[in-house]
Design a protein around this ligand. Sequence first.
Ligand SMILES: NC(=O)c1ccc[n+]([C@@H]2O[C@H](COP(=O)([O-])OP(=O)(O)OC[C@H]3O[C@@H](n4cnc5c(N)ncnc54)[C@H](OP(=O)(O)O)[C@@H]3O)[C@@H](O)[C@H]2O)c1
Length: 292
Amino acid sequence: MILVTGATGIAGSEVVRAVRRRGERVRAFVRDPQRAREKLGDEIELAVGDFADPRSVRAALEGVDDVVLSCADDPRRVAWETSAIDAAAAAGVRRIVKLSAVGAAPGSPVAFWDWHDRVERHLTASAVPGVILRSSFHMTNVLAGAEQVAGAGRLYAPAGAARIAMIDPRDVGAVAAAVLSTAGHDGRTYVLTGPAAITYVQVAAALSAATGRAVEFTDVPDHDAKQGLIQAGLPDVVAEQVVQVFAMARRGAAEQVTATVASLTGRPPRDVAAFARDHARLFAPAAVGAGR
Ligand SMILES: NC(=O)c1ccc[n+]([C@@H]2O[C@H](COP(=O)([O-])OP(=O)(O)OC[C@H]3O[C@@H](n4cnc5c(N)ncnc54)[C@H](OP(=O)(O)O)[C@@H]3O)[C@@H](O)[C@H]2O)c1
């Protein structure tokens, strides 16, 4: 039995799907069962709970062999994830696969990456063998700008000329499932990227090709980007960190391309053209006001 936390999230839900495709038993740790059913279907076993409620975490771990640990970018993540690791150790879990980020490092200017580093180190020091999957920037981040792409043909981001080896989260799910179903990964840290380091001009070109309508990238100053994210509903602290992620990317922090997805799953990572085609409906003019 594999427990996936953050299972209603972008990466967590892809892990659930990929693990199921491999025929493994999976239990999803979720806060909202209705949202989970909508996202994951009716057949997935649910453990309803919250990282902040240790009893619910312990209950979810009953009878579990492996855990995929995913969580939101929240200032409480270190406390939540380290407690879950301790609970998994106490429950006799045999392996934890932690979803982390490229850039995870102590004292990183991106708080998300500092938090990931702290959880990684806690896992490494724990009694449970761990596998760390450090993903590059998710292609799904581009969906945050879908409405403006659909409405005005403009892709806004504070990306400048950053080259980003962005990855489709479906490939993160596929790697997690592969790691869980084969031996020899305990103690390893894998860096997961897409097939190429690309600029936002190239992302806009892929969206143009997929929607059949010109999409242009517009660089945005950090301050304006942060205000836009706050207006879109992100907490101040998260908006600040998202802007920091782009600042680091402009300095080359997301350029590295690895062959890990292909070597672990047996197929190349999806490229941005495939991502754009598969989500074209959300970026096309008809999506405006269509209640996506
Ligand atoms: N986005 C990127 O570019 C990127 C790149 C590299 C690594 N990562 C990492 O990948 C991981 C997953 O990212 P994601 O985009 O899939 O995140 P996400 O879509 O924001 O999902 C976060 C998940 O955590 C759940 N969650 C939040 N608070 C919780 C709580 N108190 N108790 C239980 N569950 C809780 C959420 O549940 P609800 O649905 O109930 O809110 C959701 O399922 C994160 O650690 C992130 O740092 C992201």
